[in-house]
Design a binder for this molecule. Structure first.
Ligand SMILES: Nc1ncnc2c1ncn2[C@@H]1O[C@H](COP(=O)(O)OP(=O)(O)OP(=O)(O)O)[C@@H](O)[C@H]1O
Ligand SMILES: O=P(O)(O)OC[C@@]1(O)O[C@H](CO)[C@@H](O)[C@@H]1O
Length: 305
């Protein structure tokens, strides 16, 4: 069984605005509210592709209740309830691009972190744990180490999609898969990715440090996958972008929906990943995945080395 853990869930509020002004009231339109957080997005996308997973996370207040209620319609949810209010993150689409305002989130005190570790210790059939997103207030980076220890003890694999600096050390614990983007590769691993030679350098460096597999996404420039033997490259689709929020999570999940079952079919997994990410970038939140098949026709996957 796959479990996803969102350490800092959120309701995402997507709105449209004119060019933002500091001197006038910025009236927004077309508000879309969705129950989110990176791991939840992974679970929702897996569910879309018929792969079961259980959602874990810290939730609080009216917003936490809303997320758990909505998410439970799609996947089993095992919440750890916290004091405080789960954050609402704001994404504003403007004629000049997208403004993203993620909030810090409600504090998760140590006793609640321990409750989550206990929950995971007893989680039935823990095969893969996907850990995604930021740490909310009061959480120390050592929580990630505790998750690794627990997974190693239980013989489970870990997938990481985090922006935390500690990822540089965590890869030494040999995660099954990590999904950085170009910004994270630069900030965490010190490789600025400007061209394919930089990409290859980064992939080999991260693999040598311990990550077993790496899915490196580059927004509108597509993605690379390295399994320690071969590197594949995929183009991104040409789509009309509304909001790229959630694109990375859906890309990771749609890739996993094929690759976890059949690690040899990277071409199919990357094609689905790029098509899904592209369709999500056209939508507020995850959208309905309706155009994935069509977009997939424009995706090309090549073996680089
Ligand atoms: N502008 C775009 N045009 C087409 N596809 C895109 C665009 N931006 C993102 N995507 C798709 O989504 C995938 C993931 O995007 P990206 O690299 O921005 O992930 P990310 O930084 O983790 O995103 P986020 O944290 O916002 O979910 C890309 O590989 C691509 O398939
Ligand atoms: O603050 P984090 O946890 O890094 O990111 C949270 C978040 O921006 O990520 C998702 C998109 O990837 C959104 O649903 C959510 O609001």
């Amino acid at each position: 069984m796959i479990y996803t853990l969102t350490t800092n869930p959120a309701i995402d509020m997507n709105v449209n605005s004119g060019v933002p002004s500091y001197t006038h009231v910025n009236r927004t339109t077309d508000a879309v509210y969705t129950p989110n957080g990176k791991g939840l997005n992974v679970s929702f996308t897996l569910a879309h592709y018929g792969v079961k997973s259980t959602i874990l996370g810290f939730f609080g207040g009216f917003s936490g209740n809303y997320i758990v209620e909505e998410a439970s319609k799609m996947c089993p949810v095992k919440p750890v309830w916290i004091d405080g209010i789960t954050r609402v993150n704001i994404f504003v689409t403007t004629p000049e691009g997208e403004l993203k305002f993620p909030n810090a989130g409600a504090p998760v005190v140590r006793s609640k972190q321990e409750e989550m570790l206990e929950l995971l210790c007893n989680a039935p059939n823990l095969d893969v744990l996907v850990v995604s997103g930021s740490l909310s207030l009061e959480m120390d980076q050592t929580f990630y180490d505790e998750l690794f220890d627990l997974c190693h003890e239980r013989g489970a694999e870990l997938v990481l999609d985090i922006s935390h600096k500690h990822l540089a050390e965590l890869v030494e614990k040999k995660p099954l898969l990590i999904k950085p983007n170009d910004e994270e590769v630069a900030e965490i691993f010190g490789v600025n990715v400007h061209n394919e030679a930089d990409v290859l350098l980064a992939l080999h460096k991260i693999h040598e440090r311990g990550a077993k597999n790496i899915l490196l996404t580059l927004g509108g420039e597509g993605a690379y996958f390295f399994n320690g033997k071969h590197v594949w490259r995929a183009n991104a689709s040409q789509v009309e972008v509304l909001s790229t929020a959630c694109a990375g999570d859906s890309t990771l999940a749609s890739f996993m929906s094929i690759w976890l079952d059949d690690p040899s079919d990277v071409e199919k997994a990357l094609t689905r990943a790029m098509a899904t990410g592209g369709n999500v970038a056209m939508s507020a939140g995850l959208g309905d995945f309706a155009l994935v098949e069509k977009i997939a026709e424009s995706i090309h996957v090549e073996l680089v080395e």
